[in-house]
Design a protein around this ligand. Structure first.
Ligand code: CA
Length: 679
C-alpha cells in the first residue's frame, strides 16, 4: 500500500496523459525535438548530442477568433519521413538531399478548437510551423501574436542585430535590416531600440552545460515567407515562464519570443497582424544546431521546406556587374560616367552594369520636364551597353507612401498599373533586371509588394534585386527571378564612414556565417580602392575614408560573400591602379556555387571557408584580429591536383603551391586575407 502511494506521487510530477508528450529525432538521432503540454500550455525543447540547445519554450498563437496558447492538449500525433532531392541555381549549394523526420501534432482546446504544429527535423536543422484548420464557418483569421519562444541555457552569448525604430533614418526608410551587431553579448543586454532583434540570430552556448568543455552554436531564423504572412523578428530576452526543465518562473533573461511588425512601419499603413485564409499556415521558424558553426554555414534549411511560388519559362543568367554609384555616388549618374562603367564591365568580362538612382532625371528628363539630349538618354545608354555585350539593371525606389525618398524613379513600383507599364517598357528596351530600394518594413502589406514586383517582373523577363529591405526568407527557391537582397549594413557604409572601413574585416568574419547563411546577400563589396573617393587618392589637410583592408582581402570576400549576381565595388581607375593579379582574379571569379565548406573561424576574429564552382575549389581566409594569424589547412581533403595561392596583402602574387603531406601553415596579417584556388 505504501509503495503504491509513492508511485502515485512520482507520477503526479509527470504529464497526466501519455499523449501529452511527443518526440521526433533527426535521421542520425543526434537532434531531438520534444513537444509537451504543461498546465494546458504547449512547449517544445531541442536537444543535440545529449545537450539541451533550446530549453522548454512556449508554443501557440492568438488570433482575433481564438486563444490557441492555453487550455490545449495533444489530440493526435503523426510521424512521417521526408527524403527529397532538389537543385538550387543561385545559392550556396546546387544539389540538395533533404532527409528529415516529420512530426505533425494536432492540439485542441476543450471546446474543440484546433491548432497543428509541424516539426521537420534533419540532422542539424529544425523547421517548424503552425497550421490552422478551417473550423465551422470561419474562413479567415487574423493572427495577432504568438507565444512561440526560444529559451537558451543561462550563460549563452549572442551575436544579434537590433530591429530599428520604425520611420527613422535616411528619409524615414527604416527598418531595413541595416543595423550593427553585438558580439558575444550576454542575453541580458537589451537591444539598441528596445524592439528586439531581426533574423538570423546566432547564439553561442559555451560553458553552460554540465561538462564545461561542451559547446553548441545555434542559429534561429525564418523561411517560407510569401504574401500570405508578415515577417517576424524576436523580442528582447525576458524570463522564461517555463524555466527550462522546472515549473517555476525564472528571473534570468534567457528567452526570446516571436514578435510581429511594429504599427508605425510602412508609415502606419497595414496591420501588424497576419491575415490568413483557412486552412492556412505560418512561415517556418528554423533552428540550426551544431558543435561548430559548420552546420550553420552549410545549412539548406531556408530552402528545404519551401516550394516555387510560380514557375517561369524565362532564362535568367547570373553573373557579375559593375556599379558606378558605390564609389562615384550620385554624381556618376550621367551618360558619360555610366559609359565608363559599361566599359569597365566589358574590360572585366562582366555581364551587367547597374545604374543606380536618379537615372530618370539625369538621363531622361530635366527637372523642368523637358527632354534631355536624346543622344544621352537612358535608352542610348542601354544601346551603348548592348553594343559592348553588357546588359543593364536599373534602380527604382519601391515607394510609395511609406517614406520620404525623392531619389527617382519613385512611385513606379508601388502601383500595379504604373508598374506593369514600366516593366513593359523595360523589356522593350532590353533591360535585364531591376534593383528596388527602400521598402516599408515587415508588414504583410509590404511582403505582398515584394511578391507582386517579383511576379510582374517575371512576366517581362526581369530579375529583381532588393535593397533597403527585409531578409529574404527562402526566396532563392520560391521566386525564379529573385537575385538577392541587401538586408545588411552593406558596402555603402564603408564609403560613408571611416568607422565602417575599420570594421570591414570584423564584419566579414560574421556575415558569411550568419546573414549570408540564410540567403543571398547583395553586399556590393570587393573594393580595390584604398581611398573611398573618385580618384582613389588621399587629400592633403582633409580626411578621406580609407580602408585598412588589403587588395587580397577583397579577393577573399568575393568568395566569402555569396550573391548570384555580385555588383562588385570596382572602379574604372582600378584597371590602372589595382594590382593586375587582383584584377585578373576578379575577372575570373564565379558567383554561383555548387558547394560550401566551413573550415574554421570565430565571428569578429577570423574566418576560413571554401566554395566550389564546378571542379574548382576556392578557399578563402581573412584575419580581423589586430595581430598576425597563423592558419593551418589540410588541403588534401579538396581532392585537387593544382593549387594557386593568392597572398601578399596589397601587392598580391598568385603562386603555385605544392601539396604537402599533413597541414599547410599560412600567415595572415591583420585586415589581410588569402585565397587558394584548387583544381
Ligand atoms: Ca542600403
Amino acid at each position: 500500500m505504501k509503495t503504491q502511494i509513492i508511485l502515485l506521487a512520482a507520477l503526479a510530477s509527470l504529464p497526466l496523459f501519455a499523449n501529452d508528450n511527443a518526440m521526433v529525432n533527426s535521421p542520425d538521432g543526434k537532434l531531438e525535438v520534444s513537444l509537451g503540454i504543461r498546465h494546458g500550455r504547449p512547449y517544445y525543447s531541442v536537444t543535440y548530442d545529449g545537450l539541451k540547445a533550446i530549453n522548454n519554450s512556449l508554443l501557440g498563437l492568438t488570433t482575433n477568433e481564438q486563444d490557441l496558447t492555453r487550455d490545449l492538449s495533444i489530440k493526435t500525433t503523426e510521424t512521417t519521413n521526408i527524403d527529397e532531392r532538389y537543385t538550387l541555381d543561385r545559392s550556396k549549394t546546387s544539389e540538395v538531399h533533404y532527409v528529415a523526420n516529420r512530426l505533425l501534432a494536432t492540439l485542441a482546446t476543450p471546446q474543440g478548437q484546433e491548432l497543428q504544429v509541424e516539426f521537420r527535423v534533419s540532422n542539424n536543422d529544425v523547421a517548424f510551423r503552425y497550421l490552422l484548420p478551417k473550423q465551422g464557418e470561419t474562413g479567415s483569421v487574423r493572427v495577432t501574436s504568438e507565444a512561440t519562444s526560444f529559451s537558451f541555457p543561462d550563460g549563452t552569448t549572442t551575436f544579434l542585430t537590433s530591429q530599428s525604430d520604425p520611420m527613422i533614418g535616411w528619409k524615414r526608410t527604416k527598418p531595413s535590416y541595416e543595423e550593427l551587431y553585438c558580439w558575444d553579448a550576454p542575453m541580458s543586454q537589451g537591444s539598441q531600440y528596445g524592439h528586439g532583434y531581426t533574423f538570423p540570430c546566432l547564439f553561442h552556448e559555451r560553458g553552460v552545460f554540465d561538462n564545461k568543455a561542451d559547446e553548441l552554436w545555434v542559429m534561429i531564423s525564418e523561411t517560407g515567407l510569401d504574401s500570405r504572412y508578415c515577417a517576424t523578428h524576436i523580442s528582447d530576452a525576458h524570463a522564461n515562464p517555463l524555466n527550462g526543465g522546472g515549473i517555476f518562473q525564472s528571473s534570468y533573461l534567457n528567452t526570446y519570443t516571436i514578435a510581429y511588425p511594429m504599427p508605425e512601419e510602412n508609415n502606419g499603413i497595414g496591420t501588424t497582424d497576419a491575415a490568413i485564409a483557412l486552412p492556412g499556415s505560418t512561415p517556418w521558424r528554423t533552428i540550426t544546431v551544431g558543435r561548430t558553426m559548420k552546420p550553420i554555414v552549410e545549412t539548406t534549411v531556408p530552402w528545404d521546406n519551401v516550394k516555387p511560388v510560380f514557375k517561369t519559362n524565362r532564362q535568367y543568367k547570373m553573373g557579375r556587374g559593375t556599379w558606378s554609384w558605390i564609389l562615384w555616388q550620385d554624381e556618376s549618374i550621367n551618360y558619360d560616367d555610366l559609359c565608363k562603367y559599361v566599359d569597365l564591365a566589358k574590360a572585366m568580362g562582366y555581364e551587367y552594369a547597374l545604374v543606380d538612382n536618379w537615372w530618370d532625371t539625369n538621363l531622361g528628363k530635366e527637372c523642368d520636364g523637358t527632354a534631355k539630349d536624346p543622344n544621352k538618354s537612358i535608352e542610348k545608354l542601354i544601346e551603348y551597353a548592348h553594343s559592348k555585350g553588357v546588359d543593364v539593371f536599373l534602380w527604382y525606389s519601391s515607394s510609395g507612401y511609406w517614406n520620404d525618398i525623392e531619389q527617382g524613379p519613385i512611385n513606379r513600383m508601388a502601383n500595379s498599373v504604373i508598374r506593369k507599364r514600366e516593366m513593359k517598357w523595360l523589356e522593350s528596351v532590353g533591360v535585364k533586371g531591376i534593383k528596388v530600394d527602400f521598402f516599408g518594413g515587415d508588414k504583410q502589406e509590404t511582403i505582398r509588394l515584394y511578391e507582386e514586383i517579383l511576379s510582374d517582373a517575371d512576366d517581362h523577363g526581369l530579375m529583381v534585386i532588393f535593397h533597403g529591405c527585409t531578409l529574404p526568407r527562402g526566396w532563392e527557391r520560391m521566386y525564379p527571378n529573385y537575385v538577392g537582397s541587401e538586408a545588411v549594413l552593406a558596402s555603402e557604409n564603408i564609403v560613408f564612414d571611416q568607422a565602417q572601413c575599420d570594421l570591414e574585416a570584423k564584419y566579414a568574419t560574421l556575415h558569411p556565417v550568419l546573414r549570408n547563411a540564410v540567403g543571398c546577400m547583395e553586399f556590393g563589396g570587393s573594393f580595390q580602392n584604398k581611398y573611398m573617393n573618385r580618384d582613389n587618392k588621399p587629400r592633403e589637410n582633409r580626411h578621406v575614408n580609407t580602408r585598412p583592408c588589403t587588395s587580397t582581402f577583397s579577393l577573399a570576400t568575393a568568395i566569402l560573400y555569396q550573391n548570384p549576381i555580385q555588383n562588385f565595388a570596382l572602379a574604372p581607375n582600378n584597371l590602372e591602379d589595382a594590382p593586375e593579379v587582383s584584377m585578373q582574379f576578379m575577372r575570373d571569379v564565379p558567383t554561383t556555387w555548387d558547394e560550401v565548406r566551413y573550415i574554421d573561424g570565430y565571428p569578429g576574429r577570423y574566418l576560413i571557408m571554401a566554395r566550389r564552382h564546378g571542379d574548382t575549389w576556392y578557399v578563402a581566409a581573412i584575419n580581423a584580429e589586430p595581430q598576425k594569424l597563423v592558419i593551418s589547412l589540410d588541403l588534401s581533403v579538396l581532392n585537387a591536383t593544382s593549387f594557386t595561392l593568392y597572398s601578399g596583402g596589397d601587392t598580391p602574387t598568385a603562386k603555385p603551391m605544392k601539396l604537402k603531406a599533413g597541414k599547410t601553415l599560412l600567415n595572415l596579417a591583420p585586415n589581410d586575407g588569402i585565397v587558394i584556388v584548387a583544381k
